[in-house]
Design a protein around this ligand. Sequence first.
Ligand code: SAH
Length: 345
Amino acid sequence: MSQPTRKQQFESLFPKEPSFRFKQIQKGLFSDAESWKDLTSLPAQMRESLEAIPWMSVRKEQVLISGNGDTHKALLMVEGEKEIETVLMKNPRGSWTICVSSQIGCAMRCGFCATGKMGLTRSLIADEIIDQYRFWQEYLTAHPELSQHISNIVFMGMGEPLANYENVRETLNTILEYTDIGRTRMTVSTVGVLPRLEQILTDDQWPHVRLAVSLHSAVASTRKQIVPTSYDEFLPKLEAWCHAYLEKFGNRRHHLTFEYVMLKGVNDTPLHAQALAKFVKRIGKVRVNLIPYNLTGVEFECSTPKAIEAFVKHLKSNGVTTTTRKTMGDDIAAACGQLIVLKKQ
Ligand code: SAH
């Protein structure tokens, strides 16, 4: 059983309040108020009773800042004295992108990912994901020397967002409603949970934010080796899903992204590049985002710059839009796949 949500707590404290009240509260949570006391649009007595509900569902344990100041990683405590991580990264527009966790740990067990090695403790409730945004908002207010604007959110922290579908959907809808972040500035990254991807096709509550699928190989045997949740029919099924998705939602601004972690000698050979180019070309509006592997253990190494260059060249010469992700925060273990709860040193 998961802990009660803020809404449930509110409803049990004030069973007779009209529904606009909770909206007013949500609005207050995203304002520059620092506690229930600051929500002066609410009746004084209500403000007092609200003290029974925690203002924040996450508590700061530690913040690490990368040497160049572009990446800040926070270790936060959630219900049950469990730790999660969230990251604030400078983006090319000079605003911030936040990377949020959707679960404590992860059940997907991808061999190259540090979070995968932890196993799953539990999924986060929407309040706990939303409060990662609110945490960074408060952090920026306390650091007026930093740019104050969070412009993007990526669901690339700990956990598999589509294994926590309802809470992630609620988070997306809440953030869309109460902040200025639009759909094209939110990205949900998934290992490719097909039943949930199918659900997105017909779910009118699902906001059409950007989706990134962690493909990592278009060769079935290689994918199975590094992404253990993969199975024989995964690639053809994913391909069919991509066609259906793009037919329904694809337009000039709406495309899909395949993420591809570059692992030396594992998925970076010319054969893998060919398979990927073919796969993408059959689908159409897909971009490939290559992620240099960040060290998490001894089993894998990052592809050499030369191998990455050759891989990119092959994709581009086949007309595949390809970008290579800039690694950020590796000096504080805040880069992709390094989010594991590090004990305080
Ligand atoms: N569960 C989601 C989010 C994972 S994190 C998913 O699977 O998409 C975001 C991306 O970082 C994923 O593509 C993930 O596979 C990748 N990643 C994980 N560990 C990594 C590592 N050590 N180096 C580089 N990328 C990694």
